[in-house]
Design a protein around this ligand. Structure first.
Ligand SMILES: Nc1ncnc2c1ncn2[C@@H]1O[C@H](COP(=O)(O)OP(=O)(O)O)[C@@H](O)[C@H]1O
Ligand SMILES: [Mg+2]
Length: 301
């Protein structure tokens, strides 16, 4: 049982500047709540923008939200309940105090009983609210899985659960799906559309690519990680190969060729048409993005 809670775990992460807007996904999320879905399930590998999407959504403030960033140390029921209450208290003052006290006692009741008490308290809330469980794959405990299943089955109608995970979930998703209680977003939805890829390359990365070149690059931009890698180092060469393969349909391969030629000489072709060294190029980017690129460039997979 933790006596000291880590407060950053119950705060949604700050949003980066220079976000590519993901309106189509935000609409999907909000529609789910409007239709009264109990659970929103977002599952995709690391780096697909799950956390960013959910934080962008809840930052818009349409529906009040509590947040828990889960990690491996949360995979026992008492710790899970403690963070659950701490997160809910950011929305509902004093909720679950009795349960917290019971958790500290020498012979606490079963986790299910304690959760039932908490759910009874929550049943009087009328306004919709969201609870986000970010990175659920960190939990490797049947007991917590069962507690979560119980939570989903007995939540008051005002409560909506959002779970992000890199894996599939050991929850009765099929039943929720059949009852029309589930919004699902998976890797296929999180992948860039061509417009989002264009926004990323031209606005976030500060490049100035033509529609044709963007179309050639889009298939390689399957995740944000892919984008950063592309920006970071030799991945650009790899991308130019992909782009080249598509050049039959891509009459304007000029920019791609210039990119590749510049990379051969260890240089980066920038928005203004000038070639820069990696360091000079980094200096033209927003500091946060430059730091990220450096990190990835330093730790190639
Ligand atoms: N809409 C976006 N616009 C710009 N960058 C983004 C966007 N979504 C994600 N990223 C960046 O991609 C990286 C991975 O995103 P993240 O949300 O942490 O992925 P996940 O939670 O799936 O592992 C982060 O550095 C994040 O800033
Ligand atoms: Mg994440």
């Amino acid at each position: 049982m933790p006596n000291i809670l880590i407060h950053t775990k119950i705060n949604a992460p700050a949003l980066r500047r220079n976000l590519v807007s993901r309106k189509r996904l935000l609409t999907l999320l909000l529609d789910g709540i409007k239709q009264g879905h109990k659970l929103t399930f977002i599952s995709a590998p690391a780096g697909f923008g799950k956390t960013t999407l959910v934080s962008e959504w809840i930052t818009s403030g349409e529906v009040p939200a509590a947040w828990i960033a889960l990690d491996e140390s949360d995979d026992n029921t008492s710790r899970f309940l403690t963070y659950l209450i701490a997160a809910l208290q950011t929305l509902i003052t004093g909720v679950g105090e009795g349960v917290l006290a019971a958790l500290q006692s020498s012979q606490p009741s079963s986790a299910k009983d304690l959760l039932t008490t908490l759910l009874n308290e929550l049943s009087s809330t009328e306004d919709d609210f969201i609870l986000v469980l970010d990175d659920y794959q960190a939990i490797d405990s049947k007991d917590v899985d069962e507690l979560l299943t119980f939570l989903v089955e007995h939540m008051p109608p005002s409560m909506h659960l959002v779970i992000t995970t890199r894996e599939d979930l050991r929850l009765p998703l099929a039943r929720l799906r059949a009852q029309n209680q589930l919004t699902e977003i998976r890797a296929a939805e999180l992948r860039f559309t061509e417009n989002e890829a264009a926004d990323f390359l031209n606005q976030v990365m500060g490049l100035n690519l033509s529609a044709e070149n963007i179309a050639a690059l889009t298939p390689a931009l399957q995740s944000w990680k892919g984008c950063y890698k592309m920006a970071a180092t030799s991945r650009i060469n790899h991308l130019t190969v992909i782009a080249k393969k598509r050049q039959e349909t891509n009459k304007n391969g000029d920019l791609i060729r210039r990119f590749r030629d510049a990379r051969k000489r260890g240089m980066f072709l920038c928005k203004d048409g000038k070639e820069r060294t990696f360091q000079e190029w980094l200096e033209t980017l927003p500091p946060e993005l430059a730091a990220k690129i450096l990190k990835i460039a330093g730790h190639p997979e």
